[in-house]
Design a protein around this ligand. Structure first.
Ligand SMILES: Cc1cc2nc3c(=O)[nH]c(=O)nc-3n(C[C@H](O)[C@H](O)[C@H](O)COP(=O)(O)OP(=O)(O)OC[C@H]3O[C@@H](n4cnc5c(N)ncnc54)[C@H](O)[C@@H]3O)c2cc1C
Length: 246
């Protein structure tokens, strides 16, 4: 699928941050005038003159978690102990970072007769949040099935918001699994264990000639590809975004 935007570099100010799951922060940046993107695309975020750095450098790729119609740009990440994330977590409101983008082709197909099946591993939910918000806002006719896998409900970014979207968009279904139910601190009505063919078949009963979208850490993407292959899904119907670096 081709995208028309030409990647450009901008300096953007941090507007705010919010915890969206355990140890997971969403950072809201101002959206530069003229910046357009398609839901599902990503940016390269660079720190400007950071006080520390490491072998991985001062830049990381992040999917845009906000929707194109929103007037800010949100990225969300697991806050771990790397120089990049230490500096990011201490950035003051109003401080500037550099973004380059948009990049990537993980964008919704055009044909509304085909369902979209969005399969997220952990923080891989970010491009799908953007797509789901867009679909609700534009009242897209596509049937959308969003399924996320996390260790516990507390680890699941944007969980409540993504559940609530079902009430706003009759064409959208949300479900998920948790892989460490014994560690859950809040109630969970969904599936448990790693994603299986049986789980997907139950969730996708009403899906029509689906296109599958996968996003998350490379290990998760590879595992889900195997599940889809076992279900007989054609490779041509699978689009992936590997969060290389995790
Ligand atoms: C197209 C694309 C889109 C992406 N989109 C996103 C996105 O939306 N959000 C996102 O977060 N990333 C995204 N990524 C990945 C992102 O670019 C970083 O590579 C990723 O966040 C890892 O960050 P890091 O290099 O700082 O290392 P981290 O993986 O954050 O940290 C590595 C270090 O942390 C420690 N560590 C590792 N695991 C744990 C753990 N479970 N608990 C505590 N400490 C641990 C270890 O000491 C390790 O050396 C994307 C990548 C690509 C290519």
């Amino acid at each position: 699928m081709s995208t028309t935007e030409t990647p450009t570099t901008y300096e953007v100010k941090l507007k705010g941050r919010l915890e969206v799951a355990a140890g997971t922060l969403a950072f809201q940046f101002e959206k530069p005038a003229g910046f357009t993107f398609k839901a599902g695309q990503y940016v390269e975020l660079s720190l400007i003159d950071p006080p520390e750095t490491d072998a991985e450098g001062n830049a990381r790729a992040f999917s845009i978690a906000s929707a194109p119609h929103e007037d800010f740009l949100t990225v969300a990440t697991r806050m771990r102990d790397t120089a990049f994330k230490r500096v990011l977590s201490k950035m003051k409101q109003g401080a500037a970072a550099r973004i380059e983008g948009p990049f990537g082709n993980l964008v919704l197909h055009n044909n509304p007769a085909r369902s979209a099946v969005l399969l997220a591993g952990g923080i891989g939910i970010t491009p799908f949040r953007s797509m789901a918000l867009r679909a609700a806002n534009e009242r897209l006719p596509h049937r959308i099935f969003l399924f996320c896998s996390n260790r516990t409900p507390e680890d699941a970014p944007f969980l409540e918001e993504l559940r609530r979207l079902e009430a706003l968009n009759p064409n959208y279904r949300f479900s998920g699994t948790i892989t460490q139910p014994e560690k859950a601190r809040s109630p969970w009505q969904g599936e448990t264990g790693f994603l299986t063919a049986g789980m997907l078949s139950r969730f996708l009963k009403e899906a029509v000639t689906p296109v599958y979208y996968l996003a998350g850490p490379p290990g998760m993407v590879a595992a889900v590809r195997t599940v889809l292959a076992n279900l007989g899904v054609d490779d041509d119907d699978i689009r992936t975004e590997e969060f290389a670096g995790y």
